[in-house]
Design a protein around this ligand. Structure first.
Ligand code: MN
Length: 232
């Protein structure tokens, strides 16, 4: 038996809808500015050239239904409602024809963001980690497995704060579809089972404060909820 200096972190998992089996998380890739209207609200013109990515640590995963404390060192804590693709098989150099073969299922995700820190980093041409990759910043609903090769490529993606609609779009508006993202991302990485891809958020991002309740849904994928607690 291996002796560790301290107890290693527990395996991070995501629930699978209708199953007691858990999905163990490997890496979290997030696509930046993948809806034109969101790129515009961020003051950047969207282009179809190439997707770009940032990552979050697997330990940032939080299940839907949680209450998370308002995070430190921000005054502009934002929600971003996203479709998440959960990879179930190795994928490398996928083609459009094979890209979705390795997708096990889909979930709703919230790419929680310290927007002030992200924008400050962007202005200084520094990495986004402080704005994006922080504790409890990757909220996810149970994964819905793909059945009969049916992948969500159209359907409503929407988010409400305290019941008021803030984001509402259609998956067909993705600049780079899940398929196209996997083709591109799998050129640079050997995608592995357990990898999650947050595919980007539509327009309407905004700030939340302690006491706010976020709800969201993606048609045919499910619903997600998050409550914002007091800072700790
Ligand atoms: Mn995002």
């Amino acid at each position: 038996m291996t002796n560790y200096l301290f107890a290693p972190p527990e395996v991070v998992t995501v629930a699978i809808e209708g199953s007691s089996i858990l999905f163990p998380v490997n890496r979290i890739f997030c696509v930046g500015r993948n809806y034109a209207a969101h790129a515009a609200e961020m003051g950047v013109k969207a282009d179809k050239e190439e997707p770009f990515y940032f990552t979050k640590a697997a330990s940032a995963i939080v299940p839907s239904g949680s209450t998370v404390p308002y995070p430190p060192e921000t005054e502009n804590y934002h929600y971003e409602m996203e479709l998440v693709a959960a990879i179930g098989k190795p994928i490398h150099r996928a083609t459009l024809e094979t890209a979705l073969d390795g997708v096990y299922g889909y979930a709703c995700g919230l790419d929680m963001t310290r927007r002030d820190l992200q924008l400050r980093a962007r202005e200084k041409q520094r990495p986004w980690d402080l704005g994006k990759d922080f504790e409890q910043s990757a909220v996810i609903s149970p994964i819905v497995p793909v059945v009969d090769g049916k992948h969500p490529t159209t359907g409503e993606i929407a988010l409400e704060v305290n019941g008021e609609t803030k984001q509402k779009a259609d998956l067909s508006e993705l600049i780079n579809s899940t398929q196209e993202v996997i083709v591109h991302l799998s050129r640079f990485y050997h995608l592995m089972p357990g990898d999650l891809i947050y595919t980007g958020t539509p327009a309407g991002v905004g700030a939340v404060k302690p006491g706010d309740v976020i709800t969201g849904h993606v048609d045919a994928v499910g619903t997600i909820t998050l409550t914002i607690g007091e800072p700790t």
